[in-house]
Design a protein around this ligand. Structure first.
Ligand SMILES: [Zn+2]
Ligand SMILES: [Zn+2]
Length: 444
């Protein structure tokens, strides 16, 4: 949590000596999690449908219909979007084409200037540029897993080697997923159409889910990480499951005996659910809502090669076991992303716009402590804090960026958490147990 240097009385900082977390000498409010809040922006004279950047209101009435990030822009109507605008490396020249409709007084947190300085430093060091040779190697590694898995099925007549093939294909899925993730953040060629085409190849044709569906959810996850609005039933979509509650703030969204029972045993069902049904859930969720024809062509291509591969196995029993093993091994990989968020801070949308976006990215994320040679396995996302703060940073630089980010966090008293995979899993399970125990039955 952000260190409370301020003296707090009745939820208000009364220090008033310049040590306040707002950094402007004015008193800060502190929420129940100890997060420093700045005063909400006065929007009384703001024209409707405007988003604030660097003290200027921009009319987005027309632009929001074609916003590449989708309807998430609605969450920033009447709000300051300066930090998130920079985090996604939006081109400042774009703002010249948008109508200005007024000004507002910005209220920034002390840490934001330092995180911005760090961005400029990383830019100078080339951390936001693409190393094409590195990516050719990544694509080569992913395709090697695929070729090894297919060879295990086609070239051998042995059940156990066939099952090894399923494990190898799961590793192909994992590496394809990481390439898709990079592409959907537009950090490969850094051109939208090209990156989304490559991302769809690896993510949809390779991995099997709709990459654009995933992109739509993932961008929202990045912008409003671990945020909840109970009134409108809005939740960070990658932090929402019907069968468990990661945080007490989600409780108002659950009701009925089925969800009550699920939440009460969530610490027991958590691991088997993620492993056994994680893959099926993500695929069916994406198919259910996907309407883009090009994604459906890619989905058909995925199932064409998958069915062709399964047809080479000698029996239906073996085909079923092959796919179950493949799905379970791939399910294991899901833990990494879940562990980075589940036991971390959650926040209401109202408070979200009053805390430092940068500080909350650190507080709602956890890094996994791993050896450098294992970065390929975690896809660089073991440095999840750095990825969330600087989502346009090339994956190969996330580890190098880590100590710089940690230093800024230490300077501002922001908890920068990094645990081993096992410790993160233990912490998440005990967190799920504690939250489950606190849930009280609510009728539907
Ligand atoms: Zn994340
Ligand atoms: Zn991401």
């Amino acid at each position: 949590m952000v260190r409370q240097e301020c003296t707090v009385e009745n939820g208000h900082c009364v220090t008033g000596n310049g040590d306040c977390m707002t950094g402007n000498g004015k008193c800060a409010m502190i929420n129940s999690d100890g997060l420093a809040l700045v005063s909400p922006i006065d929007v009384s004279d703001m024209p409707s449908e405007a988003v604030g950047i660097d003290g200027v209101w921009y009319d987005v009435t027309q632009f929001k219909k074609i916003h590449p990030g989708g309807p998430i822009i609605d969450q920033y109507i009447g709000k300051d979007a300066s930090t998130v605008f920079r985090a996604f490396n939006h081109d400042p020249a774009f703002l010249k084409r948008v109508k200005q409709v007024g000004r507002y007084k910005m209220a920034q947190h002390a840490c934001d200037a330092d995180f911005e300085k760090l961005r400029q430093y990383f830019t100078e060091r080339g951390f936001f540029e693409t190393d094409y040779v590195w990516y050719v190697m990544k694509a080569f590694v992913a395709m090697s897993w695929f070729i090894a898995g297919v060879t295990a099925v086609l070239a051998f007549d042995n059940f156990y080697i066939h099952m090894l093939g399923a494990v190898l294909i799961a590793f192909f899925f994992q590496q394809s997923g990481f390439i898709m993730h990079d592409c959907m953040h537009k950090t490969m060629t850094r051109q939208r159409i090209k990156d989304q085409f490559i991302g769809t190849f690896f993510g949809t044709v390779g991995f099997g889910m709709s990459s654009h569906w995933w992109h739509d959810e993932h961008i929202i996850h990045h912008i409003v990480t671990n945020a909840i609005d109970v009134t409108t039933k809005f939740v960070d979509p990658q932090m929402w499951e019907l069968s468990w509650a990661q945080n007490e703030k989600l409780f108002p969204l659950f009701s009925g005996i089925f969800q009550y029972l699920c939440i009460k045993i969530q610490h027991i069902t958590f691991v088997p659910f993620v492993v056994a049904i994680g893959r099926y859930e993500i695929l069916t969720d994406s198919y259910r809502v996907e309407r883009r024809w090009y994604e459906w062509i890619a989905i058909v291509l995925h199932w064409t090669w998958m069915i062709a591969l399964l047809s080479q196995l000698p029996s239906w029993r073996e085909r079923a076991i092959f796919y179950v093993i493949l799905a379970c091994v791939e399910g294991l990989f899901h833990f990494q992303l879940i562990l980075s968020h589940y036991c971390k801070a959650f926040i209401t949308m109202d408070e979200f716009h009053q805390v430092s976006w940068n500080a909350f990215q650190v507080l709602s994320n956890m890094n996994l402590h791993t050896y450098k040679f294992m970065d390929w396995y975690y896809g660089g996302l073991n440095f999840h804090i750095e990825h969330h703060l600087y989502p346009k940073m090339a994956r190969k630089h996330l580890r190098t960026a880590g100590p710089y980010v940690k230093a800024v966090c230490e300077k501002h008293g922001i908890d920068y958490e990094m645990l081993s995979f096992v410790d993160a899993l233990k912490k998440t399970l005990s967190h799920m147990k504690r939250v489950g125990a606190a849930y009280k039955y609510q009728s539907g």
